[in-house]
Design a protein around this ligand. Structure first.
Ligand code: ATP
Length: 575
């Protein structure tokens, strides 16, 4: 398919305001793409060139974009920059400049989707000496061959500001629609995505008509999307939900998904970025484990050898670094507490009950002095759960994780197979993780920072949309205000994102990208916010305060509306 035709679709998608229309348009587009084009375009729509664990990032800086536009159009770089200051958006800028070219290109040719993808790949992955000029040349060549409308979208992709309001869930719906006209195949598609973490490969295989359930099985060294926990506020509530269950300590460090294939070891973060380079001490032990192939999961904490205790979460975080790794491993040695296993030597375990997976884990762990088993006990009643909880707190841990003994490993899903209980729950202050969807410019003393607060939303996983829950106006240090303003102004959009359901306005809308932890006193009903809204009444946070940015979380694993409802119910029953 020609990129010119894709651009027409992108324009229509940009102009729709309804999520449903957008999905339908995207489905129509998928129907016209070849499977490989569908794969490449799926990545591009998400602002990527490949899944995150490949480690290739899409994008060049603005300066290079200006240079490339200048080279392609004959405009002086300074004039391009001036025009950008006036127009404020790279897509419109590029579209205009291509219309007003001061030089005509010699041989211009039609761009196919593959041409654009390949060029963006080359541009983003070129490094080293002379790479700046190479990037500019490739980008200029793209502009040389593009129509004004194509330039609009190519420019946005080049600086990674496409902001089409499309996330993985929309892509999965659109794929299903493209074949069935309904969401019928969404579950099948989602399962494949959860196992492979590769939306592009899933799109390709789906359009090739392959049987996704056979095509996508666990592949060692390719990450599985992590299972997530629900929360409940008491041991009684947990026992009522699960009955006899496993109760583990909840360790607070790095979540790690460990893959071993012979001597090759990959460690994936919770966001599925590769991080084995930071942990040579763990990698050495993992290599020696007694199976050829293993996929397991655990939480790694730094141990204070002198005192025989754990370092705090903040201290443990010192291990997340690019330099000085050897000294850091000396100073903050890590223990990995394994709590699940998904694969050993040809056996995929994720669909087996947790009690069986745990047995497998216990058959080869603890191993060496730094790979341990998570502490686990079987609870037969609520007081057993409470005892492990108190025991965990006495060891300065943050709480417990209760697990359904019969449940499979639910990749990529938040569910009651795992239930967390933390010491902070049910206290007079509690926290949620929300996504920032807009911000306020600030007045009075704040005017000088250009920042007055955040509009924050939670996720409704059934409707697959973000719903606002709070305007957060306090809890920021001056540095945080400046930093947030800078980060957020970079991702400003003209209209609210299509995935957002809101009745309140923001001064500046932003693409949902950053997750923040917000502390509050209580959950109240409110007409202002849409979280959990059924009959014009949503839920809102009372006295919300900013705590911190959570860059370990992606926007689809924030607090859900269901969790907010649970919290509200627990709070009401306490009263
Ligand atoms: P929180 O902010 O409450 O720590 P979270 O954002 O880390 O939660 P959740 O899905 O809510 O993510 O809780 C699961 C997390 O708890 C896992 O990501 C894992 O890192 C951590 N964890 C610690 N100990 C365990 C354990 N024994 N079993 C499972 N997960 C555990």
């Amino acid at each position: 398919m020609l990129f010119r035709d894709v651009s027409e679709f992108l324009k229509e998608i940009e102009e729709t305001t309804s999520r449903l229309d957008m999905t339908a348009k995207l489905a129509e587009l998928y129907n016209k793409l070849s499977p490989t084009e569908a794969k490449e375009l799926s990545y591009l729509l998400l602002g990527k060139l490949a899944p995150d664990y490949y480690g290739v990032e899409l994008g060049i800086g603005m300066k290079l974009l200006f240079e490339a536009l200048s080279m392609a159009t004959g405009w002086e770089v300074e004039d391009v920059e001036k025009l950008y200051e006036k127009m404020g958006e790279v897509g419109e800028l590029s579209q205009y400049l291509i219309t007003k070219k001061k030089q005509s290109s010699l041989a211009s040719r039609d761009l196919a989707v593959k041409d654009v993808y390949d060029a963006l790949f080359k541009i983003s992955s070129t490094s080293g000496q002379g790479s700046v000029m190479t990037k500019i040349k490739y980008a200029a060549e793209l502009f040389n061959n593009s129509s004004p409308l194509e330039a609009r979208y190519i420019a946005r992709m080049l600086v990674n500001k496409l902001r089409a309001g499309i996330g993985e869930p929309t892509i999965m719906d659109a794929l299903s629609w493209s074949k069935t006209g309904t969401k019928e195949d969404r579950e099948l598609i989602e399962r494949a995505y959860n196992i492979s973490s590769d939306i592009g490969e899933v799109a390709k295989a789906f359009l090739e008509g392959k049987d996704l359930s056979k095509e996508f099985t666990i592949e060692v060294l390719r990450p599985i999307r992590p299972a997530l926990a629900e929360r409940l506020n008491s041991a009684e509530a947990i026992f009522a939900k699960l009955g006899k269950c496993a109760v583990e300590y909840k360790y607070d460090g790095f979540r790690m998904q460990v893959h071993k294939k012979g001597d090759l070891v990959s460690i994936f973060s919770r966001r599925l970025e590769r991080m084995e380079g930071m942990f040579p001490d763990l990698v050495d032990s993992i290599k020696e484990m007694p199976y050829k192939d293993i996929v397991l999961e655990g939480e790694a904490l730094a141990v204070n050898k002198k005192e025989g205790t754990f370092f705090s979460f903040q201290e443990t975080m010192h291990r997340r670094r690019k330099y000085g790794i050897d000294e850091a491993s000396e100073k903050w040695p890590l223990h990995l507490y394994a709590f699940d296993v998904m694969y050993v030597d040809g056996d995929a375990l994720i669909d087996r009950p947790f009690k069986e997976r745990r047995k497998v884990l216990e058959s080869f762990l603890p191993f060496s002095n730094n790979i341990k088993l998570s502490h686990m006990e079987i609870a037969h009643n609520a007081s057993d759960i409470k005892r492990v909880f108190d025991d965990a707190l006495s060891k300065k841990l943050e709480g417990i994780m209760a697990k359904n003994l019969e449940a499979p490993y639910k990749a990529g899903k938040r569910g009651f197979s795992w239930i967390k209980l933390k010491k902070s729950y049910g206290k007079s202050v509690d926290t949620i993780d929300g996504v920032v969807v807009g911000y306020y410019r600030g007045s009075g003393a704040r005017a000088k920072f250009g920042f007055g607060g955040l509009l924050v939303a939670v996720y409704d996983s059934e409707r697959d949309e973000f719903q606002t829950i709070a305007k957060v106006g306090s809890g920021f240090t001056e540095e945080e205000m400046v930093r947030l303003r800078d980060m957020l102004s970079e991702i400003a959009i003209k209209k609210p994102d299509k995935r957002l359901n809101t009745v309140v306005e923001a001064d500046v809308w932003v693409e949902p990208r950053y997750v923040v932890e917000v502390m509050f006193d209580e959950i109240t009903k409110s007409k202002q916010h849409t979280a959990g809204n059924i009959d014009g009444q949503g839920y809102a946070l009372r006295f919300p305060r900013f705590l911190k940015l959570r860059d370990d979380r992606d926007i689809y694993s924030i607090t859900t509306v269901n969790e907010v409802l649970e919290m509200f119910a627990a709070q009401s029953s306490k009263k």
